[in-house]
Design a protein around this ligand. Sequence first.
Ligand code: PEP
Ligand code: MG
Length: 835
Amino acid sequence: MAESVGENSPTAGAEPRVGLVVVSHSRTLASSAVALAAEMVHGRPLRIEVAAGLDDTTFGTDAVAIMEAIERADGPAGVVVLMDLGSAVLSTELALDLLQDPSVRDRVTLSPAPLVEGLIVAAVSAAGGASRDEVAAEARDSLMGKSGHLSTPDAGTAPDAGTVTADEVVGVFTVENPHGLHARPAARLVSEVRALDASVQLRNLTTGGSPVPARSLSRVATLAALRGHEVEVRASGPQANEAVEHLLTLAARRFDETIQEAAEPPARAPATPTHGPLPASPGIAIGPLRRLTAVPVDLDRETVEEPAVEWRRIVESVAAVRRDIEHVRVVTAREVGAEQAGIFDAHLSLLTDEEMLADVKARTSTGIGAVAAWAGSLADVEREWASLPDPYLRERAADVHAVGDQVLRALTGEPARRMTAQGVLVASDLTPAETAGLDLDLVTGVVLALGSPTSHAAILARARDIPVVVGAGPEVLSIPEGTTVLLDGGSGELQFDPSPELLEDYQRRSANAAEQRARQLALAEQPAVSRDGVHVAVAANLGSVADARAALSAGADGAGLVRTEFLFLDRSVAPDVEEQKAEYAAIAEAMGGRRVTLRTLDVGGDKPLSYLRMPQEVNPFLGQRGIRLSLEHRDLLREQMAAICHTARSYPTSVMIPMVSTPEEMIEARQVLLEAAGHSGLPEGLHIGTMIEVPAAALKIEAFLPYVDFVSIGTNDLTQYALAAERGNAAVAGLADALDPGVLQLIAHVCHAARGRIDVAVCGEAASDELAIPVLVGLGVRELSVSPPAVPRVKAAVRELDVERCAELAQQALTLPGAADVRKLSLAMLSEDGH
Ligand code: PEP
Ligand code: MG
């Protein structure tokens, strides 16, 4: 994103120099332009900051990255910003609005100069000590040399291409696209125009409407240009000729819309799972089929602050939604196809629509709150689309609504869909936030067409004791609402519209399960000691204070994993230290003096944070997740460590680092912890541990031992990495089984090295899997951390074990070929022992 590529080490006593910022869609382009400019300054000190591309290879601009680049380049002499085109300009304007310190904004000049030529002359003059105005003026005139050289003698006095507008140029094209100039071709047109230095107006000659600016998607849509309509292009400015020629050529190519695409906009096809339903959260559920229903945002619940604050909320929410859409665009391009991903260009165009944003800003400046301002402006744009004569175009108003609504959700934090009646929820997939928000008075169970048992939605459902079956296939989505559903989240059985006998059977099973649960709960406070006297701690995995309360009443011996990221998700800014201190203390308090293991922020992968700039990654699970991301955002990590240290001074606390691959990461994390602890040093009794989730870390466990007091094996991730089977991907969910002997070998290696030195826990979902428990205990695991409702059941399971027999079972399991063989063996032992 933003990178510092220049040197700003003015020699002692030298005048401060103007800083430069390069904003471009392409990181490669920006870096090369900077390298070229650096050649021209012959080593004289100069600071050039780059904010370009969404990552090394993805084109795009990001207002937050630009803001940070401006802050880095800033100094007493100010900053000149050079941009390439289109949204680079808009993002830079947004970046100025984002600057916290208004005095910085006063020292910034946005230069209209062409990027490469402008940067070279700006660099030369800034390195020579010119003032900000002088640098900007130099940049603005940077095309004079070239235009003077290239103008023909009979062109008379050649205009200065940088400052003088050309005469108007006019052309006409006929719309050839079957559905007219609908959202996608219109988005293509708008993005082409925004890339040129020309003012362009379009007019539908066939309907005789008024001209509209070609840079605004919402206005272009109102042309209602259908197939066969003639559209006039009227352009002025330095690139007027190119603009007209370009649009005429583009129209002749039907704005590069393929025939199939033009005939039928594609829906995103869900990946078809290659297996049947999978158990994901135990329990029997019976009830009528229900779906999530869209709920409108409550516009009246807004407290309004000053216009600048309200505008800032809009800018941040728009930026967050843009990042989300860009992420989905990358994923769609990869999984569905580049053409289909193009639909998101239209969505992105709306979020950079200058006309609409200007209208929203004008509304906030009259004292209207961000939500009302955005909603009002959105309603106007939607109305324009909805009143278009062509039914196909009218339907595209839905796209506008969808994007606009996403921004409203980002502004208010309200979920888009909810259950509104009691029953079994059937959905294609659920986000962690949607799962966390399920109303327990309404939902009796969940059936997901996609998903996998170790997805975060499934984990949260287990924590909330909601029976779930995943990977049920897309067919379930077309079963009518109200159909009776039976599901067993422990076995994966799923029935729709059952016979009365089957219904009765499920009701009986449900009653038996409730009785068994009551018996287990009655003993839950007691420690879990095996038949041969080995104590196994059964702790709980938590995401909130409510989970902690549930864990305590379920008899948990402690919290083996607090997923602190749930405090950070689904909000527009990170919680500050005070909020974190309060949350962690509340969790520790609710655990009644039992040890609480706070895991540092584990985002990335399937848990993006809208306010943290994350690279667009082709394989996010293999990219910047967990500690890798935290070390990139050290301030955030330090704040979290400070809150953890604060908690550790009052409660028995452990800190645990996720996604560690090398001892250096542990060393760095410890360093940040030490910094955060401050003068008083590390709190007494604070245990420091690492998660073992990366196979390489498991294999070189010895190298970690000097830096840790304990390890906790995250079998969810360890399994996905060891078997190359992405968690959450329904197509490979059957493969991702922690009982695969390959995964067990890794666990065995960790337990062997740690024996007698440090404690080994398992906090992945395998810890509550009845067939996995004897194997894990047999390998030497002495703490199982599970979802709160599973604690009584897991304790009951441990009490039935003979650890010596488990050790034999585990050794035999290591020699087997597959997870199914291990399951069979484990089941055989449990059955023999009379379970
Ligand atoms: C794991 O990977 O097993 C784990 C416990 O962490 P999470 O599920 O939160 O990634
Ligand atoms: Mg994990």
